[in-house]
Design a protein around this ligand. Structure first.
Ligand SMILES: Cc1ncc(COP(=O)(O)O)c(C=O)c1O
Length: 350
């Protein structure tokens, strides 16, 4: 089975017998919120029971959190589960996405024999208002990632609005992946959650996996502009995609208001510091605003050299539109980032 994404700690541990320092997956460096950890452990007492197939308590908590109706929310085993269910449900004949971009949109669309239109981002990777004109009029589903993976760049507000207008005018579904938005400085300013009420075409994808470090528990959700789509997404796929501990952990995590503020402060400070340090090493850094940074090093063997030192970096050569020499690093704690920088210094400058 081909490995497409980062986060292959298991392969590393099989080879080396030790735990790597993983910068290849972009997860909250604060780990599970304490309340979520406790809730997941307590929920194990109910492991023999089926999870609530409708995730009622979790959806109610999410409805209050986002100020949207509970019947417009669908929970799944990570945002990736929702991406696949969305493509399975809509079965679009033509869909568009921006490249380089997250591979799962394309994989899920290809499975439905969909014609995929790859819209190349410009040289500076910024999504600007002229992007809307590139979307073919007969597109049925458009994926936008904000902030974008792997660049970490936020779409310009005017770009989002013109894409939204185009989708409304043409009745095409706009799926906005906001899985990394909580890591940015002012998420409310960039989120399209406020547009859901007047836009039946809109679907927003969110992930507990990233923000609350639940990649292994698997929990994500979709907020839909129309309840009918939420209903269809819910009915597409297996009935119990979210385990008992994952539902409990998600519900508890939403109660911890300090966690996300603390996370954002840490990531903002460390991202700034990493940008400066990576540039000082002579690397071209894309000034992303999420919990990861895309950079060009030129050296095609950099990830291998770091791996030999126990550090995993995301080699981005398999992103459509990038080449060997491009890498993505997560932004982690000060101590972990220092270890990354020390290793990079050794490899790049001896
Ligand atoms: C942009 C983006 N969306 C969605 C996902 C899927 O996340 P999850 O682990 O919640 O399935 C990822 C995972 O890396 C991602 O990068």
């Amino acid at each position: 089975m081909e490995l497409i994404h980062g986060g292959d700690w298991a392969g590393f541990e099989m080879e080396y017998g030790t735990r790597p320092l993983d910068f290849s997956a972009c997860i909250s460096p604060l780990g599970l919120p304490e309340g979520a950890r406790r809730a997941a452990l307590e929920a194990l007492a109910d492991a023999e029971r089926y999870p609530d197939p409708q995730c009622r308590a979790l959806r109610q908590a999410l409805a209050a959190h986002h100020g949207v109706p509970a019947d417009s929310i669908v929970c799944g085993g990570g945002a990736a589960d929702l991406i696949w269910r969305l493509c399975r449900t809509l079965r679009p004949r033509k869909a568009a996405l921006f490249v380089p971009g997250f591979a799962e949109y394309e994989r899920a669309l290809a499975f439905e024999d969909c014609e995929i239109v790859r819209l190349p981002l410009p040289g500076d990777f910024r999504l600007t208002a002229d992007a809307a004109a590139l979307v073919p009029p007969d597109t049925e589903l458009l994926f936008v990632c904000n902030p974008h993976n792997p660049t970490g760049l936020l779409a310009e507000q005017s770009a989002l609005l013109s894409l939204l207008e185009r989708c409304r005018a043409r009745g095409m579904t706009l799926a906005v992946d906001e899985c990394f938005l909580d890591f940015c400085a002012d998420p409310a300013k960039h989120s399209l959650v406020g547009a859901l009420a007047g836009t039946p075409e809109l679907v927003i994808l969110k992930a507990f996996t990233k923000t609350y470090a639940m990649a292994g528990l698997r929990l994500g959700y979709a907020l839909c502009g129309r309840a009918a789509l939420a209903e269809r997404l819910c009915g597409c796929g297996q009935p119990w995609p979210v385990s008992v501990p994952a539902q409990a952990a998600g519900t508890a995590a939403l109660q911890d208001e300090c966690y996300v503020n603390q996370l954002r402060a840490l990531v903002t400070a460390e991202r700034r510091r990493l940008i400066r340090a990576l540039e000082a090493l002579g690397l071209r850094v894309i000034p992303g605003e999420a919990n990861f940074l895309l950079f060009y090093a030129g050296d095609p063997n950099l990830a291998d050299a770091l791996r030999a030192r126990g550090i995993l970096l995301r080699d981005c050569r398999n992103f459509d539109g990038l080449t060997a020499g491009w890498y993505r690093t997560a932004v982690r704690t000060e101590e972990e980032n220092d270890r990354l920088l020390t290793a990079l210094r050794e490899v790049l400058h001896g």
